[in-house]
Design a protein around this ligand. Structure first.
Ligand SMILES: Cc1cc2nc3c(=O)[nH]c(=O)nc-3n(C[C@H](O)[C@H](O)[C@H](O)COP(=O)(O)O)c2cc1C
Length: 199
């Protein structure tokens, strides 16, 4: 298998978002391992409308040009790390919409999560794990959760994420587990096909 291509999805689009900090940190951490080709996927670069297709992308091709470009990008990647904010105890609407805008392209690929907020984005991440199962992805067990004290320290500029050893360790645990699933599912897709034809 060629070096796996991993997309890091920035799940917030609002001006002044915190999301860039964890996205850049986990991207650097993942790149340093040398085992992945890493690409940042910024939802701002894919201005998808609120879902307006005639059917789920599971059942037919999309009509919207941005949706097609998004699906092609997702199709080209072997796994995903989602950087997840928590809005009202769930994922951002922009991220959920982007998940809905593909189907086959997500199938049989692993996904890991970096959450942040009051409880480290845990409530959003747990919901995202359920969504990803429906998309026939494999959400991995280990996750990174940037809890309130660290979140505030980094937001206020008192600390950088890379200075926080417990978060670096948590990221490395997650990336090691993620790497196993990337390789295992990559080999299985090569052998059995990339999408579930029964969907
Ligand atoms: C609409 C909205 C709802 C929010 N709800 C929650 C929440 O339920 N739990 C939480 O921990 N933080 C919540 N927050 C605070 C976010 O964690 C914080 O604003 C964070 O910076 C959002 O990520 P972003 O800056 O990358 O968009 C909320 C923020 C917004 C804008």
């Amino acid at each position: 298998m060629a070096k796996p291509r991993i997309g890091i999805i920035i799940g917030s689009t609002r001006p002044g978002r915190f999301a860039d900090k964890p996205a850049e940190w986990i991207s650097a951490r993942a790149k340093a391992r040398g085992e992945f080709d890493i690409e940042l996927l910024d939802l701002r670069d894919y201005p998808l409308p609120f879902f307006e297709e005639r059917a789920s992308p599971a059942w037919g091709p999309s009509e919207n040009a941005v949706a097609k470009r998004w699906q092609q990008k997702i199709d080209s990647l072997d796994g995903f790390i989602i950087v997840a904010a928590e809005y009202n105890r769930g994922p951002t609407a922009a991220l959920k919409n982007a998940l809905d805008y593909a189907y086959r392209e997500w199938n049989r690929k692993p996904v890991a999560f970096v959450g942040y907020g009051g409880v480290g984005g845990a409530r959003a991440v747990e919901q995202l794990r359920l969504h990803s199962i429906e998309l026939q992805m494999s959400p991995i067990r280990a996750g990174v959760h940037i809890l309130m004290p660290d979140f505030l320290a980094v937001m206020q500029g008192d600390k950088g994420l890379a200075e926080l050893d417990h978060l670096n360790r948590s990221a490395d645990d997650m990336l090691a587990q993620f790497g196993w699933w990337v390789r295992a599912l990559g080999a299985a897709r090569e052998r059995d096909g990339a999408a579930d034809q029964a969907a």
